[in-house]
Design a protein around this ligand. Structure first.
Ligand code: PLP
Length: 373
């Protein structure tokens, strides 16, 4: 009889807020509630806090503070870039495994008369520079958008090389780094990307806050119209508490990045070793974000496994969290060519720095029990 415990292993869906981030936001929810746009003294502390948060976030990714624009989430950051392409009549090239925040925005672009080309990926979910080159020759585009790492299978894309190819063909490059930010090192100057999206709740910050990096010198139209916030291109009274908490969480993760990555990789190895006798398939076990494991059990139902694990106190996902209502095979598993019997039996286990060896042993024990049944 296994002793039931709670194990959160769905960190690609969202993460637990860091205690430091919770504490950092409290003053701006209580006594420092001034509207940053006002000239009086009550606005001084929140104004300074936003300035500091922008600096902190910029320093975590080697950007300049004036290149960071606060948004309401990763989806908004992604939508903003695609909206810019629609507004400026740019054609787009993206990959077939992007998040729906890109893919559904691209549908709108297509409906508005833009051409959108979708690059196929390898069986491990990689987008190759050669494939991008082919697409750019066949479908000249002004915007290329490829995610830094995939939310369902964790694959890390060769962003630096892809950006170089895009620039050589006169295109701008956007990367959706929602699943990478705070989990792998990111240096926007080294990658030379033009736009980068991130979301606070994926790196122990609050939900409902994100940012878009826009390289200095690149101008795009607003996506949200109104006041003069965010240099006049993203209107709306600033969510000071969440901005401050997001910066706190990101700095905490970036300061401890190496140790966190090593810890999660160790947990991953322990889990995969324990699962080996079950004969499951690990989708893309090569270069992936630490902790993001897509595991297929042939002949099983991923959905049933998710619910059995939930009864045992373990939270995992079948595909991507944003797709939990959709019981079809995910577009990512289709794109990597996973056979149906494996795809239907796929679960995503996404570990974090907060998980322990005991969590891993419990997950392995429960999976063994479910599979043996
Ligand atoms: N992009 C990727 C790769 C994601 O995984 C997600 C969320 O799962 C998003 C974008 C959307 O981010 P948000 O939940 O902040 O809107």
């Amino acid at each position: 009889m296994i002793k039931k415990r709670f194990v959160y292993a769905d960190n690609a869906a969202t993460t637990r807020m860091s205690e430091a981030a919770v504490q950092a936001m409290l003053p701006y929810l209580t006594k420092e509630y001034g509207n940053v746009s006002q000239p009086y003294s009550l606005a001084r502390a929140p104004k300074k806090a936003i300035k500091e948060a922008r600096k902190t976030i910029a320093s975590c990714i080697n950007a300049e503070p004036d290149e960071i624009y606060f948004t309401s989430c990763g989806t908004e950051s992604d939508n903003w870039v695609i909206h810019a392409a629609i507004a400026q009549r740019w054609n787009i090239i993206t990959s077939s495994i992007e998040h729906h925040a890109i893919l559904n925005a691209c549908k709108v672009a297509e409906a508005s008369g833009r051409t959108v080309a979708y690059i196929p990926v390898s069986t491990s979910g990689k987008v190759s520079s050669a494939q991008l080159q082919v697409q750019l020759l066949e479908n000249p585009a002004k915007l290329v958008s490829v995610m830094m790492s995939n939310n369902e299978i964790g694959t890390i894309e060769p962003i630096k090389q892809l950006t170089e190819v895009a620039h050589n063909h006169g295109a701008l490059f956007h990367t959706d780094a929602v699943q990478s930010m705070g989990h792998i090192p990111i240096d926007v100057k080294e990658l030379n990307v033009d736009f980068l999206s991130a979301s606070g709740h994926k790196f122990n910050g609050p939900k409902g806050i994100g940012f878009l990096y826009i390289k200095r010198g690149i101008e795009i139209p607003p996506f949200i119209y109104g006041g003069a916030q965010e240099s006049g291109i993203r209107a709306g009274t600033e969510n000071v508490a969440s901005i401050v908490a997001m910066a706190t969480a990101l700095k905490e993760n970036c300061d401890n990045l190496k140790g966190n990555m090593e810890h999660v990789r160790m947990l991953e190895k322990r889990l995969l070793e324990a699962l080996q006798p079950l004969g499951c398939k690990v989708n893309d076990n090569s270069e992936h974000v630490p902790g993001n494991l897509s595991i297929s059990f042939e002949g099983y139902s991923g959905e049933v496994m998710l619910h059995r694990l939930d009864l045992l106190g373990i939270s995992v996902s079948t595909g991507s969290a944003c797709d939990s209502k959709n019981t079809q095979i995910s577009h990512v598993l289709k794109a990597i060519g996973l056979p149906k019997a494996l795809a239907l039996g796929t679960i995503r286990i996404s570990l974090s720095k907060d998980n322990t060896k005991d969590d891993i042993d419990y997950i392995a024990e429960c999976l063994q029990r479910i599979v043996k049944r």
